[in-house]
Design a protein around this ligand. Structure first.
Ligand SMILES: Cc1ncc(CN)c(N)n1
Length: 75
């Protein structure tokens, strides 16, 4: 797969959405074990999002984009 600014931006939207869901899941976790599990997923999403930000900065494009059809149906 060729990484393009559009693909990276769309994936960043996907990752940010998942990160927000995992953050909400931490708040709603029934116990600490569940909190730890969701924190791991939150951290993983944020770390990947930072990689996307790195591409955006290096290649000179913004990550603020509206979700395309594929992302909308994926979420
Ligand atoms: C579509 C999609 N699915 C999964 C991941 C997590 N690597 C991602 N970045 N983008």
């Amino acid at each position: 797969m060729v990484l393009t600014p559009y693909l990276i931006s769309q994936d960043a939207f996907y990752l940010e959405s998942y990160a927000r869901v995992f953050a909400a899941a931490i708040a709603k976790s029934p116990d600490r074990e569940a909190m730890y599990d969701f924190k791991y997923l939150l951290d993983s999403s944020i770390n990947e999002l930072k990689l996307h930000r790195g591409y955006a900065e290096r290649w000179g494009f913004g990550l603020e984009i509206r979700p395309g059809h594929a992302v909308k149906i994926h979420l």
